[in-house]
Design a protein around this ligand. Sequence first.
Ligand code: MN
Ligand code: MN
Length: 309
Amino acid sequence: MDYKPLSGREFPRFSGIKTFFRLPHVPVDSDYDVGIVGVPYDGGVSYRPGARFAPSKIREMSSLGRGYHWSRQFNIIEKLKIADIGDCPTVPVSQEKTYERMKVFFESLLKLNKKFISIGGDHSTTLPLLRAASKKYGQLRLIHFDAHLDTYPAAWGCEYHHGTFVRHAVNEGLIIPEKSVQIGIRGPLAGNDDLNFVNKHKIMVTTVDDVRNNFSEFLNNLPDFGNDPTFISYDIDCLDPSFAPGTGTPVPGGLTTYESQKILQALKVKNLVGADIVEVCPPFDPAEITSLAAVDTLFELLCIMAESK
Ligand code: MN
Ligand code: MN
């Protein structure tokens, strides 16, 4: 199998069946290295719905994607066999059944020794990914881009809404909190006790102030993740709403797409076992710029995987 994108010089980028980066759509058990997979589920949102439409919209916008990285000086397509492996089965009216289907899908994917990047979906879809990945690799180090801490309590009696995955991941022992980092965090919070959980578990919380006060120092002081199994969860609302308006719970005062690129390029991660991009909400995305930012993030994540190949 030749894992090459459809050439934009042969077939115009607006033509053809939409797959991630115009790559081949293959069965899960094919011989690729990294599978890009959609998880179209948004039953965990607390405010604006619509993230269920993100995988298909991001596939469409990724028609503009190209493989050669300017500063890394390599082409991901030459380093990795990357494929679109379709969408994970989901159940729009049941989070419980969605989690069950995600467990089956991702555990079988990991049994085949595949790396994956999941395109959500709201942020409640990350917990089943971390469960499957830690079952295979042991406790993970988490790099979490977000405006929100995602350690919040249950709401309406429901434990697994889109603002809770970090709390569950720590309580279930899926991640090592003191070796994990959150990036892009900002207020307002419901109260200062929202910070109790991250403080108690010693998660490294970095804010937009930390990024902007001295950017090169911030980049230099990021932890070195070495060969430790690491997972990156990228909530698009880490970006400012001027760069990513199409999201479920936008928060002003966020990162620029440029800052996000530079942070992703500065991360020292040699063993990225999986990643996801969540909370892209196409119905609230004028000019499709949020999906475009997601495509660029997806490219940078693939570069991190290619770099260590
Ligand atoms: Mn968020
Ligand atoms: Mn989040």
